[in-house]
Ligand binder design. Structure first.
Ligand SMILES: *Cc1c(COP(=O)(O)O)cnc(C)c1O
Length: 221
């Protein structure tokens, strides 16, 4: 199947999951990492506008031109951010979902003040406490949000998580939902190709779906 058909299928499943959850507020972030501009244009031509990339450098190669062609694109950064890339990230992205440590929060606050451009921000939570994975320790959510909000003056719109591979994602989605409620954060980015319907049942307001739309990724080139 092609990108257009895949996109339609995913949107249909999201609608069904929303219906099941008695909600209508879920945004599909189409994750286009590793896929080229031609593949992305198929989704844009089908009417889709919200996309995700996990690397700043890769996004810089594809998105300035695509954004110039279609100005109402909303581009999300969903991968780890290095502080020396904060300037580029604030310039290009409309939403940064991977705020995951003090150094990054400070770098973003500085760039937002400097550029006068404020991407919407999410804090990534490492719900499985995996050593290799980005995200704050769930127990530090309150303190980290206080730093972002009170000290740095940042508005944190949502929380994001990537549950451990091979684990039942439900408890991780439930934890993220509870952390958001406890801390008055209103958006939840959770769920990928394998589990986005489950994530919606647990309260996701956006799901990040890549391979179910664009096909398998080829990292060999
Ligand atoms: C690649 C990626 C996705 C999409 O994964 P699929 O399984 O292809 O849907 C979602 N979130 C993040 C953070 C990613 O890096």
């Amino acid at each position: 199947m092609g990108v257009r058909e895949n996109l339609e299928e995913v949107l249909g499943r999201i609608k069904a999951a929303e219906h099941e959850a008695e909600r209508t507020d879920v945004t599909l972030v189409a994750v286009s990492k590793t896929h080229d501009a031609d593949a992305i244009r198929l989704a844009i031509e089908a009417g889709h506008r919200v996309f995700g990339e996990n690397r700043v450098q890769e996004a810089q190669k594809k998105w300035p031109a695509l954004k110039a062609e279609t100005p109402d694109i909303e581009l999300h950064l969903i991968g780890p951010l290095q502080s020396n890339k904060a300037e580029d990230a604030v310039k290009l992205f409309d939403v940064i979902e991977s705020v995951d440590r003090e150094k990054i929060a400070r770098a973003l606050a500085k760039e937002i003040a400097k550029q006068g451009r404020a991407p919407r921000l999410y804090v990534q939570v490492n719900t499985g406490n995996e050593p290799q994975k980005a995200g704050i320790d769930p127990r530090e959510t309150e303190a980290f949000l206080a730093l972002c909000r009170d000290e740095l003056g940042l508005t944190i719109e949502g929380l994001m998580c990537i549950p451990p591979a091979g684990e039942n994602p439900g408890p991780h989605f439930a934890l993220l939902h509870d952390l958001a409620t406890e801390n008055s954060v209103h958006k939840l980015s959770m769920g990928m190709s394998g589990d986005y319907e489950i994530a919606i049942a647990f309260g996701a307001t956006s799901v990040r779906v890549g391979s179910a739309i664009f096909g398998e990724r080829d990292y060999s080139n």
